[in-house]
Write a protein that binds this ligand. Structure first.
Ligand SMILES: [Fe+2]
Length: 318
């Protein structure tokens, strides 16, 4: 492909950094002024490699927002306020060694969750604090055929209101528990998604799992846990992942429909600061063509059995 006028940074170059996921893009200086060819080059690289990285970039928060807007409409987090002076910046400031250290895709408790996220490293921790990504398309394609067929029939409820607080309680981190209850889950969102969805741009089948999954529809809790653990183990198998060690000025951009990610909370009480913007995405579609739905009254009236009439799910009512 021809990519011209790349801000004088030379020809763009893609270096694969993992067998199943990840590439480093060099020769591009990210800015709100990227030309159309560069934008397409970057977006295509993201679709192919699922997560791409840029080193030594120098964007402000506002420029990060402007850069993100080149690739689609930005969406703020539904419950957590954006960083001061910005409309869409989600701050990840480590406090007490805390990080998003469970596997997830961003905001899957929404019927339509972000198609992509762009994360900028402002201050890496002195040690530790790396982030892992996993390819959910190869997680699906590497399943045995009978398990693929089984997974394609499954649906799950995702929520922003069911965290395992055990570690926090053990460490007496009451402040963070309060934050999760009073801010992150101040308004409860629940969405029903297929376990296997068709990627709207690549056509790949991808597993849709992660920490926001509450349970499988039509399963009792023990069976739900067992099946989810089985499928999730294929997502997070080491060969299906990569680990990124942050430097200040790094930018990561990932396809949120075809990946899961998690941070490693191994940086003790060191400071760690990153900022993220997310791009609006569509509603997932199952292999049989059914769309995801936002659930109503999920907090007070959870319904775990599917109603074959479809009457229990209503769009956009939370
Ligand atoms: Fe995340």
């Amino acid at each position: 492909m021809s990519v011209s006028s790349l801000n004088g940074a030379g020809a763009p170059f893609v270096t694969k950094i993992g067998g199943r996921i990840g590439a480093l893009i060099s020769g591009i200086t990210l800015s709100p002024d990227l030309d159309a060819a560069s934008i397409k080059f970057i977006y295509d690289a993201m679709l192919e490699h699922k997560v791409i990285f840029f080193r030594n970039q120098s964007l402000t928060s506002l420029q990060q927002e402007e850069l993100g807007a080149l690739f689609g409409s930005l969406v703020p987090h539904p419950t957590v306020s954006s960083a001061s002076g910005t409309k869409h910046i989600f701050e990840l400031k480590a406090r007490k060694g805390r990080a998003a250290n469970t596997w997830h895709a961003d905001m899957t408790f929404m019927e339509s969750f972000p198609k992509a996220s762009i994360l900028r490293c402002i201050k890496p921790s002195v040690y530790g604090g790396s982030t892992l990504w996993a390819n959910t398309a190869t997680a699906y394609s590497s399943l045995p055929l009978p398990l693929q067929e089984f997974a394609e029939k499954l649906w799950a409820v995702h929520t922003n209101n069911e965290y395992d607080h055990t570690d926090l309680i053990v460490e007496r981190d009451w402040e963070f528990i309060q934050w999760q209850a009073n801010i992150f889950a101040a308004k409860v969102y629940e969405a029903k998604h297929p376990i296997v969805h068709i990627h709207p741009e690549t056509g790949e089948k991808c597993l849709l799992l992660g920490q926001f999954v509450k349970r499988l529809v039509d399963f009792n809790l023990p069976d739900s846990r067992a099946v989810l653990e089985l499928l999730q183990s294929h997502v997070t198998r080491p060969e299906n992942t990569l680990t990124w060690h942050w430097q200040a000025g790094d930018i990561a951009m990932w396809d949120n429909r075809a990946t899961e990610h998690r941070a490693i909370a191994d940086f003790d009480y060191e400071e760690r600061e990153l900022q993220r913007v997310t791009l609006s995405g569509g509603t997932p579609v199952s292999v049989s063509g059914e769309h995801s739905y936002q659930l109503i009254n999920g907090q007070t009236n959870p319904i775990w059995l599917s109603d074959k009439t479809g009457a229990w799910t209503v769009r956009d009512q939370v």
